[in-house]
Write a protein that binds this ligand. Structure first.
Ligand SMILES: [Zn+2]
Length: 238
């Protein structure tokens, strides 16, 4: 995946293309290879960027005022796009802002984090003046999050040998399948199951997986974008 900096730079160059109606061949080739590298995430971003450019003049009065007063951190680029501390400003467009929140909250990639974490994910790339309250309102109204909460507090919930997770990727189950015939240096499959959503991940590994290798796999595959795990249940636990 390209670095955040590159994504932003590309967003800006695309915006420029839209404005002028011109397209530079070199940029187009760059865009295509980038697109192929990380299709699912990037295609969504490109969709946002088109709308951001088209509606870049719909700004809050306080943003206009801050621009006039040349407030620190806020920049208006030649193509009309605004950045605040290197984050792309999202113009007033209810559906666009909601789609950005949804992408950073509901997707398997995001996994319904709380409103602080959701806002943190969004503000890695984007910003608008009421992003925090907008995110809180969205998360409070999220049906999936509501269902999980109801389930957790329901007195009729059946007894379970393990405590119930309150969010995805909080409690996972691990199991090793194998040994299997050697393939590309791997002979075992590590099966990681999220207890709440039952979402399953498979990792090719070795029978002799060391504690260090194990920790590294979990860090790279689970901790990285889903916050900290609360509990790991190994299938061989009593
Ligand atoms: Zn949710």
């Amino acid at each position: 995946m390209p670095s955040k900096q590159n994504t932003k730079a590309n967003a800006l160059s695309r915006c420029h293309d839209l404005d002028t109606g011109e397209s530079d061949n070199e940029n187009e080739i760059l865009l295509k290879s980038e697109f192929i590298r990380s299709l699912d995430i990037q295609s969504k971003s490109i969709e946002f960027e088109t709308l951001i450019c088209q509606h870049s003049k719909n700004r809050e009065e306080r943003v206009e005022r801050a621009l006039r007063n040349k407030e620190e951190g806020l920049k208006e680029l030649e193509n009309g796009l605004i950045t605040f501390r290197e984050r792309v400003y999202i113009p007033i467009h209810a559906k666009l802002r909601e789609d950005i929140i949804r992408k950073n909250h509901d997707s398997t990639f995001a996994g319904h984090p709380g409103h602080y974490k959701t806002a943190e994910l969004i503000t890695r790339n984007y910003w608008w003046p009421r992003v925090q309250p907008d995110v809180r309102e969205y998360v409070n109204g999220c049906e999936t999050c509501q269902r999980v909460k109801t389930h957790r507090t329901s007195p009729a919930a059946p007894l379970h040998p393990h405590e119930a997770p309150s969010r995805p990727w909080e409690i996972i189950t691990l199991d090793l399948l194998g040994p299997l015939p050697m393939s590309n240096g791997y002979n075992t499959i590590l099966v990681i199951v999220d207890r709440l959503t039952k979402y399953v991940k498979f990792e090719a590994t070795h029978v002799e997986l060391t504690a260090e290798g194990f920790a590294k796999t979990l860090r790279d595959r689970i901790f990285h974008d889903r916050g900290l795990l609360r509990k790991i249940i190994h299938d061989h636990d009593p």
